[in-house]
Design a protein around this ligand. Structure first.
Ligand code: GLN
Length: 423
């Protein structure tokens, strides 16, 4: 059975098909040549389940989405206080490539703008281990596969790097660059050319959502302190001069890249990633921003309306005889939010019910977000289509009535009827 979460991602792609505003980045010639209609989306839960739709196998350069991860390595090397002295955490309110340093200290304003990211890159290299190798190795552990460079993108950006070189020389003049300006820019540009897919990025974002532990391998890749720090900086500075708009409307820590990718993190629940190469004036993907907005609205991701801690939606599964027929009862509980409903759907797909009669007992459910209402209705419809008889015990009427293609509908039982049928 196909997961309703995948169906949802397909719909998201179809429904944003008309968004063709903006243009691929052209200051890096190789990016200007991207097929502007390529589009992909992926979501990864803190359990490591990845759902992807669209051109999910398409590789593109990570660009500025590399910045928070390089920042994490810098925190690991120099400690949080050490890094705070060298790189600020204030939103600059300016474009990503602005020549902006704090006028008093000469420090870059934050690690998400280029000045801060070049300084960060210079801080994570040593004679024994160049920064680039470390970053690529880190990406490999975050994605669970070897990450390669897109050499054409790197060469193309290196040939047009005057602005980044200008930034590096300014940093150097202010005593704020740990390495040689030319070498730092070359390394930073290569870091940005690491080639990834939306599924890779969703897994990287899910590692942040999971407190720094890669959900597939179980390896701790970032300490709690640096995870918290980089999520905070992504929330305030990740979308550059659109950061305020972003936090109020989409409401999750995020980072964009000029190839057209955006990652977003809902701590404790999911990492999401989108890709579409046409950019707005801030350097953020136009369709990507819209897809993120819809993901946030449809899946209930806004941080400031986060619900209570998510427990598993499934309290227990019972095999019983109901009115002379073998039945499976799924007893649900708590708040039905994206992560809890996803876990339930995953379980139902992995271990489909073996009885004709399937009961969803929702009498212990508290709050049901729209995403959970929709997903559970779709799941019930799919089970109905497969020939199951579906009984819902739903005192609050959260699930709407519907019939399948053969005109069969769900049956509604009161908690009392279920109680007496179970004897
Ligand atoms: N490599 C790009 C640059 O330095 C990254 C910018 C971005 O993705 N916003 O200009």
């Amino acid at each position: 059975m196909r997961s309703p979460i995948l169906d949802y991602l397909d719909t998201l792609i179809a429904e944003t098909d008309h968004i063709v505003g903006g243009a691929p980045a052209d200051y890096i010639p190789e990016l200007a040549a991207a097929d502007p209609d390529t589009v992909a989306v992926a979501l990864c839960t803190v359990n490591g389940t990845v759902y992807a739709s669209g051109d999910a196998e398409h590789h593109f350069s990570i660009q500025s989405m590399s910045k928070p991860f390089a920042y994490a390595l810098a925190i690991e090397d120099h400690g949080l206080d050490g890094i705070r002295e060298k790189i600020g955490v204030e939103p600059s309110g300016e474009a990503f490539n602005e020549l902006s340093l704090d006028p008093e200290t000469g420090r870059p304003r934050n690690p998400m703008i280029n000045a801060g990211a070049i300084a960060t890159h210079a801080l994570i290299g040593s004679e024994h281990e160049p920064a680039l190798g470390r970053v690529l190795d880190f990406f490999g552990r975050l994605t669970g596969r070897e990450v390669q460079l897109d050499q054409a993108v790197a060469d193309s950006e290196l040939a047009t790097a005057d602005r980044n070189l200008g930034l590096a020389y300014l940093l150097h003049a202010a005593g704020q660059l740990a390495g040689d300006p030319q070498e730092s820019v070359t390394g930073y540009i290569r870091q940005c050319a690491a080639s990834v897919t939306v599924s890779d990025l969703a897994l990287m974002a899910a590692t942040l959502a999971n407190g720094g532990i890669q959900p597939r391998t179980g390896e701790r890749l970032l300490c709690r302190e640096s995870t918290r720090q980089l999520l905070s900086v992504m929330a305030t500075c990740g979308m550059y001069d659109a950061a305020g708009d972003w936090l109020t409307s989409v409401g999750i820590p995020a980072k964009s890249g000029v190839a057209g990718g955006i990652i977003g993190v809902l701590p404790g629940q999911v990492g999401v990633a989108v890709f579409s190469p046409r950019l707005d004036g801030h350097g953020n993907s136009v369709r990507g921003v819209e897809m993120m907005q819809r993901l946030s609205d449809d899946l209930g991701l806004h941080l400031m309306e986060a619900s209570r801690p998510a427990r598993s939606a499934l309290r227990e599964t019972l095999r019983v005889t109901l009115e002379d027929q073998p039945a499976t009862i799924y007893v649900l509980q708590g708040d039905l939010v994206l992560s809890s409903i996803e876990a339930l759907v995953h379980e139902l797909i992995q271990t489909p019910p073996s009885t004709d009669v399937v009961v969803f007992d929702m009498s212990r459910v508290d709050e049901v977000l729209p995403v959970a209402r929709r997903t559970s209705s779709e799941m019930a419809a799919k089970l109905l289509d497969e020939g199951h008889r579906i009984v819902i015990v739903d005192p609050e009427s959260t699930i709407e009535d519907f019939t399948d293609s053969r005109g069969r509908g769900i049956e509604r039982w009161s908690p009392e009827r279920l109680g007496s049928a179970m004897g």
